[in-house]
Design a protein around this ligand. Structure first.
Ligand code: PLP
Length: 445
């Protein structure tokens, strides 16, 4: 056992944590299970960099799994948080900042007519599912294999993300009765959705989908796929829940919906009945939300019969961080993230090509990931994502880590950039790529 005073290396800290917490972590993918080695224990982050307990600095391509869109420790966000802290940490009562954040969300995503703040993405999707059931009076939910919506019981089947990383089909502890209320369909397969509605339409409360999947690696929704979900659900009196926890305010000011159904020049405009948000909306503090049609949202307590509550919902510090982050997420930030994403994915692809590593770059807006051994077909669904040569990622990841680049510790995650990723940070990544590509080429299953 190491005492906190002397535990400075990640190995010492991990040994200590393992004696105290399951697997030494508070969220499974952090344990480096699929890439092996010792997870880095981080102590500070600024701009595009993150620093571990041994003082090693990395270019961060995880960005807290999405929230750090404007870069770590953005001065405006820190100032807003410091100012809010001075007024007290939590009141358990309404505060002005909640409406401020709600207004910012609605200005960006006009299909949101009412918003309810919660603390995690899981809470947002859990509430959205309950609300859909309460509103429609129906039980069944359709989800897609490989889409992750948080760790609520009913949506853990074929849920990608950490489950894919750990090769788990679902979770123990979910009752058969709960699992039976979720129909899991292949992603990008409109015919499967139509068939499910033909058979169970009168019992389907909602379809939930990631606006663009990014938890089985990134998968592009086929043109018209989300629009078809909107049309089919409407035809059958079910709701469409668009999960923008990861994509929201990241792939653009109005998330992935803003690039598709909500785009000014959308060929086929559509809007979901409910959205879920998280990550960027709190800028690194625990904020998430659900929002959408007023008639559906007003089914929530205290107006309606669907109950939902939270001691820390709308917490003033978290709201301050969210407001400051959305304000700092200017058109320039989006332009930077878009451009860096295009440059980086091209550089990764060139390095892998030069090393003779078969791959495809999976892209949805400014989100991307690399799928190994998939160039023949690309990845359009979970089956293809799982069939890739995932073993090539482990040495690739460690080569990058050793060179001072912090990638997601799983091939099934997106790579995250920020508006703070400047030329110096990008150069460090580019310099590391050839050796990492060579390591991927040499990898054995
Ligand atoms: N939905 C999506 C699309 C996500 O990517 C995540 C988390 O990564 C969640 C929901 C769950 O959010 P949280 O981890 O805040 O519970």
């Amino acid at each position: 056992m190491t005492s906190p005073a002397t535990a400075t290396s990640s190995q010492e800290l991990f040994d200590r944590a393992r004696a105290l917490m399951p697997g030494g972590v508070n969220s499974p993918v952090r344990a480096f299970g699929s890439v092996g080695g010792t997870p880095r224990f981080m102590v500070s982050a600024k701009g595009p960099y993150i620093t571990d307990s041994e003082g090693r600095e990395y270019v961060d391509l995880v960005c807290s799994w999405g929230p750090a869109l404007v870069g770590h420790s953005h001065p405006d966000v820190l100032a807003a948080v410091h100012a809010a802290v001075d007024n007290g940490l939590s009141f358990g009562a309404s505060t002005p900042a909640e409406a401020e954040l709600a207004q910012l969300v609605m200005d960006r995503v006009p299909a949101v007519k009412r918003l309810r703040m919660v603390s995690t993405g899981t809470e947002a999707t859990m509430t959205a599912v309950r609300l859909a059931r309460g509103f429609t009076g129906r039980n069944l939910i359709i989800k897609f294999a490989g889409c992750y919506h948080g760790h609520l019981d009913g949506l853990l089947a074929a849920a990608g993300s950490g489950l894919a990383t750990l090769a788990l089909p679902g979770s123990a502890g979910v009752t058969e009765a709960t699992a039976a209320e979720t129909l899991v369909l292949p992603y990008n397969d409109v015919a499967a959705v139509e068939a499910a509605f033909a058979e169970h339409g009168a019992n389907i409360a909602a379809v939930i989908t990631e606006a663009a999947p990014a938890n089985m690696g990134v998968v592009t929704p086929e043109p018209g796929f989300n629009a078809a979900l909107s049309r089919i659900t409407a035809e059958h009196g079910a709701l469409l829940i668009l999960d923008e926890v990861l994509t929201g305010f990241r792939t653009g000011p109005a998330g992935y919906w803003g690039l598709t159904g909500g785009a000014a020049d959308a060929a086929e405009p559509w809007a979901p009945d409910l959205f879920t948000f998280g990550k960027v909306i709190g800028g690194g503090m625990p904020v998430a939300a659900l929002g959408g049609r007023a008639d559906v949202m007003d089914y929530l307590a205290p107006l309606g019969p669907v109950y939902q509550a939270g001691t820390l919902s709308g917490n003033p510090i978290a709201m301050a961080a969210g407001v400051a982050t959305l304000r700092a997420a200017t058109a320039e930030v989006y332009a930077t993230v878009d451009a860096r994403s295009a440059e980086l994915s091209a550089a990764v692809s060139a390095a892998l090509d030069a090393a003779g590593v078969d791959h495809s770059i999976q892209r949805a807006g400014n989100l991307f990931s690399v799928a190994f051994g998939t160039s023949a077909t690309g990845v359009h669904n979970y089956e293809q994502a799982q069939a890739q040569q995932a073993f090539r990622y482990k040495p690739f990841f460690h080569s990058m880590l050793d060179a001072g680049v912090y990638l997601p510790p799983s091939v099934f995650e997106a790579w995250f950039l920020s508006g703070a990723h400047d030329d110096a940070a990008m150069e460090r990544i580019y310099a590391a790529l050839p050796a990492a590509a060579k390591a991927a080429a040499d990898a054995q299953p």
